[in-house]
Ligand binder design. Structure first.
Ligand code: ADP
Ligand code: MG
Ligand code: MG
Length: 944
């Protein structure tokens, strides 16, 4: 008997394998064809449903149609592989066996299924789910009889026709219509019958029957066809709708924003239904295993009694906090807490789960890594390390570099806040403080933000159409929906301040007003929202720096005692342990230096000396220098500038306390310093006693057609060597002063815009000569370096020749990008959009390094430089030094440091640590903190 069974099985397997590729992966009853690591083939949802099944969690049986079918579908004029239907039939048969029901059964309990999309990464709001599939005029009666619950059966049927009609048959809102057509039908039915709005769960069996009839008529009117009665026709239609939704406009826009390739495709999951709408002993919910807003170690989410899952996320009924389940469904709540532990231990990360309770029994319908704010990510990572779920390297990786600046974002000024009235309260969905002018629609919000206004987007609820406005807004406020609504999800992902479900505010889209707390606000009026507490304030409130800033920079004790501060410090310590690439800062003042050093900067990567010429009356001496028509007069003016520069450098050296400072010699074209209006010119003429005509004449002479490529950088000091002499003298005299006072100094003098070795050679001669003179005159010794920026392509490709004169290179990637791309950064506004939309620029090349083009120039320069001078120090000082992707590239290139603005320093440190941990160059953990069992082992265990 046993052998016969075995051979039969073998034969079946053989038959299946000769039928070609496996398109359907089943799960159920502790067994699964797939597992959690198969996200590419099964999509995120399908892979994790298999994984949860394997670790013994209660998951309704089902199967996944692979992403390969999606690819096939688009490659073959929207048709399916010939073997798919047979494999799906086997999948349904497996579910029937496990559940004990039959698909399309019109006698006993019919097997109903959910058809669910599932891309590799979840794409919120992009794909639609159809529940209760398999119902028709006959099976609904069977369901009603089998459950002895007529209201429930017809509730399911009504929902099914609505979802299927919308998603599969395309019965949707048309141009100019205000409401979804099905909602319109329900609404008018309720008012006709009850004279008011009632909740859907209060509709009787008879009501639902009537609605089913009206829905079917609506479908017929809109599509010209009857509603499909055959369950298999329904199933194939729904699967097809999921595959075609992969190419709908919203999905395409979303993929473009997050850089998801169209070729990935989506999977389709077909799963046995469990019912949260059988009565008050049932319900549906969503939850995070920890609080994704602030990171607290508590189950966080919401649920609705007597509801199917879509109700919770749709924002139609405002759900209860999940803790309320303890009262309403105590056993299921206990089970859910157990599942929470199991999931976190298994996935070693915070999970975002969807679940349904049917007659008191808990079923898990989805799990994935939860999206989180930066504050929550920080706390999760530290807590989970303490709980020994993850090692420190993983903890570092759990903090996204591009989110870190959320932690540095301002909070409300406490004194001002007290004076501003609280006008409403909602759910805290995205922490932080935001104060801005309100706009009630996405387009107007985006337009106002474009004009430079700080904007709050205020909506009843948001949908993917509002994305533009949400991106533009400083904060988002909705009057409806919970912490898992669209607004909350998107806000968390984008790090926006957000309050949801502030039901106390009344939004009038037509009048463009918001009423709350007895006041009325028009578009353009100020509101303030605290996304950490959920409180809405009527008016503008100033903001103040976060405790990380006040703790680090001002040394405020009360800030330093906070957990958040200490976690932040720990994170930065781990970053230092992970990487040898340093982070420096671009700073021109002692203040900026102090800030950057507090954030962990190891020195200055770029001081722009020209910024020092604008202060006070220095600009007059500068102008005098520029206006001078001979060397003697020029030297006279430069002499006036010398003490100012020396003082500035001294201040910077002192603030650095021995850390290195790269100082760039004068870079911009001289005309930038000259007065351009008639008034300014007259004023200057009076001040320095020369005719205004002379000034006008000089301004005219200095005018350049393309200043970026004109008389600037080292070209200035080639024409006027005395400028370089004065600057070198100021630097070295300041250094000498420091030495005398016992302050350590490490000046690194940097020559800008070098394309020819000879340019640098001439400058280096001057710098060394002046250094020797200063040392001699002041009778002190100090070390210094001389190097150059690599910021024009000729400099990059002749870097070997240049390296003969340079002790260091610093990649000036702003100018290098401008000159390599032949694009002026200030003039690209007019075409940047079309270039990103047409996938020419993957991202703005001035924000994120063009690694394939500009990056190659850097690689060439690095290699050639090292050839001639193996110990040459390489760094980067363009804006890219603070961009995580660019930092990763710099790590690969083996740069000694990246340099960025003071407030980007922590971001760059974190990005550098990620790069090192990801490519294995960071120190490894002594032993694995987690004993992760492979899915296979878990499967074996589950079988036993
Ligand atoms: P999304 O990707 O938009 O979250 P899902 O496929 O997860 O879509 O489905 C949305 C909701 O539908 C789920 O949260 C769940 O409540 C409900 N749902 C999905 N599958 C089932 C099922 N098998 N039984 C009952 N409800 C389900
Ligand atoms: Mg879901
Ligand atoms: Mg430059």
């Amino acid at each position: 008997m046993a052998t016969r069974k075995k051979t039969a099985k073998k034969a079946a397997r053989k038959a299946a394998s000769t039928k070609g590729p496996k398109y359907v992966y089943t799960w159920g009853n502790g067994k699964a064809d797939g597992h959690g690591k198969m996200k590419e083939l099964l999509g995120g949802k399908g892979a994790n449903l298999a994984e949860m099944t394997l670790i013994g969690l209660p998951v309704p049986a089902g199967f996944t149609i692979t992403t390969e079918v999606c690819t096939y579908y688009y490659a073959h004029k929207r048709t399916y592989p010939s073997t798919l239907r047979a494999q799906m039939e086997a999948g349904i048969a497996n579910m029937e066996k496990i559940m004990g029901y039959k698909f399309g059964d019109s006698e006993g309990f019919p097997l109903l299924v959910a058809v669910r999309s599932g891309a590799r990464d979840s794409m919120p709001g992009m794909m639609d789910t159809v529940l209760n599939l398999g119902l028709n005029d006959k099976t609904v009666e069977a369901l009603s009889k089998a459950t002895d619950n007529e209201r429930f059966a017809w509730d399911c049927y009504r929902r099914f026709i609505q979802m299927y009609g919308d998603v599969v048959l395309g019965v949707q809102k048309r141009e100019g219509e205000d409401h979804e057509p099905f909602e319109e039908v329900i609404e008018s039915f309720k008012h006709e019958t009850y004279g008011k709005d009632i909740v859907d769960s209060d509709l009787t069996a008879e009501d639902n029957k009537e609605l089913v009839a009206r829905f079917k008529k609506l479908v017929k009117d809109r599509t010209g066809q009857g509603f499909p009665e055959d369950p298999w026709e329904q199933l194939e239609g729904a699967a097809g709708a999921v595959f075609s939704s992969w190419m709908n406009d919203r999905a395409i826009v979303y993929r473009r924003k997050y850089g998801i390739p169209a070729a990935w495709g989506t999977a389709v999951n077909v799963q046995a239904m469990v019912f949260g709408n059988t009565g008050t002993n049932s319900g549906s919910g969503v939850a995070f295993t920890r609080n994704p807003a602030n990171g607290e170690n508590e189950l966080y989410g919401e649920f609705l009694v007597n509801a199917q899952g879509e109700d919770v996320v749709a924002g139609v009924r405002t759900p209860d906090p999940v803790s309320g389940m303890e009262q309403a469904l105590p056993q299921a709540y206990k089970d859910l807490l157990k599942v929470r532990k199991i999931l976190e231990k298994h996935f070693t990360d915070v999970q975002d789960v969807e679940f349904t309770i049917q007659d008191g029994k808990l079923f898990m319908l989805q799990t994935r890594n939860g999206k989180r704010t930066a504050a929550a990510a920080l706390k999760f990572s530290m807590d989970m390390n303490k709980e020994k779920l993850i090692d420190w390297q993983t903890a570092v990786l759990r903090n996204p570099a591009d989110q870190l600046d959320q932690l540095l974002a301002p909070v409300f000024d406490a004194a001002e806040l007290k004076k501003t009235p609280e006008i409403a309260k909602g759910l805290p969905a995205g922490p932080g403080a935001a104060s801005g002018k309100i706009y009630l629609n996405a387009d107007r919000a985006a337009a106002a933000a474009n004009k430079g206004e700080v904007v709050l987007l205020v909506r009843v609820e948001t949908s993917p159409e509002d994305l533009r406005g949400m991106i533009a807004a400083e904060g988002i406020l909705t009057s409806r929906g919970g912490v898992s609504s669209h607004a909350a999800l998107v806000a968390r992902q984008m790090g926006k301040v957000c309050i949801c479900g502030a039901s106390g505010i009344e939004i009038d889209y037509d009048k463009k007003t918001v009423k709350a707390g007895g006041q009325s606000f028009k578009e353009g009026d100020y509101l303030s929202i605290d996304g950490t507490t959920g409180i809405v304030y009527g008016g503008q409130v100033a903001t103040e720096p976060s405790e990380i800033i006040t703790g680090l920079i001002n040394g405020k004790k009360s800030s330093q005692n906070t957990e958040k501060f200490q976690h932040f410090v720990q994170l930065m310590d781990w970053c230092a342990k992970a990487t040898r690439m340093g982070v420096r800062t671009n700073a021109d003042t002692p203040e900026q230096v102090k800030t950057a050093v507090a954030f962990g900067a190891e020195g200055i990567g770029l001081t722009r000396t020209e910024h020092m010429f604008f202060e006070g009356d220095r600009i007059d001496a500068m102008r005098e220098m520029i206006l001078a028509d001979n060397e003697t007069n020029r030297r006279k003016a430069l002499k006036k500038l010398l003490p100012h520069q020396r003082k500035d450098f001294f201040g910077i050296f002192k603030a650095l306390e021995g850390k290195p400072a790269t100082i760039r010699l004068l870079d911009p074209p001289l005309h930038e310093f000259l007065p351009h209006t008639k008034e300014q010119q007259l004023d200057l003429a009076n001040k320095i006693g020369i005719p205004v005509e002379t000034i006008m004449q000089r301004v005219h002479e200095l005018h350049e057609f393309n200043p970026m490529l004109g008389h600037r950088g080292c070209r200035l000091a080639i024409s006027y060597p005395e400028i370089a002499e004065m600057q070198a003298q100021a630097i070295f005299e300041a250094a000498a002063q420091c030495v005398k006072k016992g302050i350590e100094v490490k000046p690194e003098v940097m020559v800008p815009l070098v394309g020819y070795a000879r340019e640098l050679e001439l400058q280096v001669e001057i710098i060394h000569r002046i250094a020797a003179e200063v040392k001699e005159k002041k009778g002190v010794e100090f070390d210094y370096l001389v190097g150059t920026m690599i910021e024009v392509p000729r400099g990059a490709v002749t870097a070997d020749e240049i390296a003969a004169h340079a002790q260091f290179f610093s990649f000036g990637t702003n100018d290098l990008t401008q000159t390599a791309l032949g694009v002026s950064r200030d003039d690209m506004g007019s075409f940047l959009n079309s270039y990103t939309e047409n996938d020419i620029y993957p991202r703005n090349p001035f924000a994120s390094l063009d690694t394939t083009g500009v990056g190659q120039l850097m690689e060439i320069a690095a290699a050639k430089g090292r050839e001639v001078r193996p110990d040459i120090k390489l760094g980067i000082c363009g804006e890219h030094g603070g961009d995580p992707d660019s930092v990763k590239f710099c790590h690969k290139l083996g740069l000694a440091y990246v340099s960025c603005s003071p407030y980007r320093v922590p971001v760059a440190r974190l990005a550098a640590a990620h790069a090192a941990i990801n490519d294995g160059s960071a120190p490894k953990a002594a032993k694995k903190a987690t004993k992760k069992k492979s899915a296979k082992k878990a499967a074996k265990r589950a079988k036993k």
